[in-house]
Design a protein around this ligand. Structure first.
Ligand SMILES: Nc1ncnc2c1ncn2[C@@H]1O[C@H](COP(=O)(O)OP(=O)(O)OP(=O)(O)O)[C@@H](O)[C@H]1O
Ligand SMILES: [Mg+2]
Length: 302
């Protein structure tokens, strides 16, 4: 049922050797905010001054360009026919199937082997350049499509970041994602519990809209790090629709703070691999745009 063809990973390794860390974002089911988390982690790292790339490997439902405000962007070929990624905010390099689809509504109906081919082509010929981190948005679930892609990438991956939502029914889903990551031999970076709750600005109360939090319990059970929780914010949908990345627009919101806290946790975990950042043009650009949470106070969720 789940077969993986022989993997020609030499070319992929070659094109990715200038990338220091590579993270696959996965989930046991769809709709938990995996793409939002991918785009937000990428932005968070970039706003901290790191050189970042994003591969939207969700060939069936590519959404990352939209979340990074890159709708209508194009991929170009270099003289030697390599793919030049599109550039998003803070110079984030983005490669997505979305850039190749004629209209926003075009459905991708490829079968597994073609997807495998496309991903290998993408990964074997993208000019990523020197990057500190690449975030890869995998297709949802643990079926054939994510499996083929994860297996193709497994040797290159630094680790997987598992995104879940609260509620007891999600426990099984987290377990599936953990099994999946272990099966394809990608080390688990940790679990993020997205849509954990809603902090009502009017009443000051916290509402657990989707049910009981399970992320920490599951992380402890499976012996993997709990990276943190991200609250609901209704302005995320609005930002997406406007093509204005939420993390940039609402950089001091509770949700953005939670994301920056997770970003800093992951940076701390991989600080040996990531270059320490000092002053770079990107950082200056960030400072003129935003007040970064964590610069004035050490507050954050965990
Ligand atoms: N913390 C949050 N608060 C409010 N809305 C959110 C949050 N996280 C994600 N969303 C919204 O939930 C929806 C699903 O998010 P997203 O597309 O990132 O999920 P996904 O897991 O990638 O889905 P798919 O399985 O379809 O790829 C989107 O409309 C997104 O804007
Ligand atoms: Mg998605």
């Amino acid at each position: 049922m789940q077969k993986a063809g022989p993997l020609d990973t030499g070319e992929i390794a070659q094109t990715m050797k200038t990338i220091k860390t590579k993270f696959a974002i996965m989930s046991g089911k769809g709709g938990v905010g995996k793409s939002f988390v991918t785009a937000s982690l990428a932005l968070g790292f970039a706003m901290r001054g790191y050189r970042i790339g994003v591969l939207d490997a969700d060939v069936y439902g590519p959404t990352v360009p939209k979340l990074l405000g890159l709708v209508g962007a194009n991929l170009y070929l270099s003289e030697d026919e390599k793919i030049i990624p599109a550039e998003g905010p803070f110079g984030i390099k983005v490669v997505s199937m979305d850039f190749l689809l004629p209209t926003e509504d075009t459905a991708v109906i490829w079968r597994g082997p073609l997807v495998d081919r496309a991903i290998k082509d993408f990964l074997g010929s993208v000019l990523w350049g020197d990057l500190d981190a690449l975030f890869i948005d995998l297709p949802p679930g643990t079926g054939d499509a994510p499996l083929t892609i994860a297996q193709t990438l497994a040797n290159e991956m630094t680790g997987s970041i598992i995104v879940t939502a609260p509620s007891d029914v999600s426990k099984r889903i987290v377990q599936k994602a953990i099994d999946f990551s272990r099966k394809v031999k990608i080390p688990i970076v940790g679990i993020i519990e997205n849509m954990c709750c809603f902090y009502c600005p009017e009443s000051g109360k916290t509402y657990y809209v989707f049910g009981r939090l399970i992320g920490k319990e599951m992380a402890d059970k499976y012996g993997v790090p709990y990276l943190g929780m991200v609250p609901l914010d209704p302005r995320i949908g609005e930002s997406n629709d406007l093509g204005e990345p939420f993390l940039m627009k609402y950089s001091t919101s509770d949700t953005a703070r939670a994301i920056f806290s997770i970003v800093d946790t992951v940076i701390a975990m991989y600080k040996d691999k990531l270059e320490a950042k000092t002053e770079t043009p990107t950082k200056k650009q960030i400072k003129s745009l935003l007040k970064l949470p964590g610069e004035e106070e050490g507050e954050g969720e965990s």
